[in-house]
Design a protein around this ligand. Sequence first.
Ligand code: ATP
Ligand code: MG
Length: 557
Amino acid sequence: MENRETVSKNFIEREIDKDLREGVYETVHTRFPPEPNGYLHIGHAKSIILNSGIAKEYKGLFNLRFDDTNPTKEKSEFVESIKEDVAWLGADWEDRLFFASDYFEKMYEYALKLIERGKAYVSALSAEEIKEYRGTLTEPGKDDPDRDRSIGENLRLFKEMKDGKYEDGKYVLRGKIDMKSPNINMRDPVIYRIAHLSHQNTGDKWCIYPMYDFAHPLEDAIEGITHSLCTLEFEDHRPLYDWVIRECEIETPPRQIEFAKLYLNNVVTGKRYIKRLVEDGTVDGWDDPRLVSIAGLRRRGYTPESIRNFVTLCGISKSQATAEIDMLEYCIREDLKPKVKRLMAVIHPLKLIIDNYPEGQTEELDAVNNPENPELGSRKVTFSRELWIEREDFMEEPPKKYFRLFPGNEVRLMNAYFVKCVGFDKDDSGNITAVHCTYDPLTKQGPEFKSDRKVKGTIHWVNAADSAEVKVRLYENIVDEEKGVYDEEGNINLNPNSLEECSSYVEKELIEAKAFDRFQFVRNGFFCADPKDSREGAPVFNRIVSLKSSFKLPQQT
Ligand code: ATP
Ligand code: MG
């Protein structure tokens, strides 16, 4: 994958190459500018990996900058979680961690400069009126009655706004651009508003706050960003971005380039929607393993490598497309397949009794930890008369092509022996409580094993006496895929079966699993020890992904 990337560059890299060739910039400096109003999600990972990757590729610099100019929704909890997530993804900002709010003084000075240059004015229109005056896509806007207020008067009022003389909404500062512009963003946008709010970084120092479209280009300029990479919804804002840079007389202008957002089909990605699930208690916090928040993916057991590969496979382009969750799942499988041990765990247990195995006897059998990776070695598994097998590996009346256990049928117990079903027990309500088998001592599995007797089914098992009961969580999409993500009112169509908690039995080695330890449970998928709920000697396992996949990597030409 790495090679492929260097062979064919994406359109942003080609633009940067051109800028460097033409001497527009001498170096490359990028940033990731999250607003600390929620946790990051898989979409943000694309931006983080793109921005930090470009800086690395061009031996440039990468900043992590909190775009914290709107105190209403921002919290320091989010600042901390974002730092953790960005670092975990492997994007290294070194000592370049910045807060837009640290530039409030400079932004204020730039606003004064605009006023002095006749490029901004204080308006007394209400938010409603500003909207009315703005016009529509087909109609030009109308001039603000305050548009021609004198520079001196504008300076005085703006300073008074800053000094707290006015209540919220009394005045705003507007850029003086063009009320007839076909681009509505250019119709004298509001660039400062009054808000008597306490800010998570600056406290009560400010009661006026800059608007995003004014603040963002200045943040980039102050930090010496060369390429300001953002998502497509800002394309129509680019003329305003450039206007701010030009009218503030920035000597080293940054360049905005837009790319398409990452969307996953049938998955809740927007911060706003994830927040709603967290706040109404549908999920267990921002790091619920069913969410595609970075914290949720991490807790589920995803690795940074798998997410990076996923983002690389999605590619960078200007056309909007959605990706499938299957592809993300493919990436984690591919990452873990050679890396982790393949152990046995019985998720939905049913007792198996080997009638002809001596009571009280146990033996140690050899099991290879990962046939694809000899470095992971082998282990001993204990075998005795009573085992656990998966409930679904036995059927009293099997359909055609069912090759697992049923009365009279023989299967292979992985790493052990052939066993033949000779009967089963039922309780009063007709539930099967145990399966009886006999084993053939001559079928002991191992390198020397040979037999012309064919068995079609191989099942896994754990020894009842020394396995441990642990909690295992299986997940489905939190969204009901049949109905689609949102209903008519914009509420999320929830899948009532998105979480199944099981009491399962695992091989004894798994009892020692620590937070974030990952394994393949043979036939059941990849699992990770939950970092929040696992206790010493009592791990809780989250299924990261099952083994079955419908995803195929597109053929490369
Ligand atoms: P959301 O889409 O969840 O509401 P946001 O855009 O409000 O997120 P910000 O904190 O403003 O979140 O985003 C930080 C950066 O991440 C921005 O540069 C934004 O363009 C980028 N970004 C956000 N969502 C995606 C996405 N789905 N794909 C790629 N980049 C994204
Ligand atoms: Mg945003």
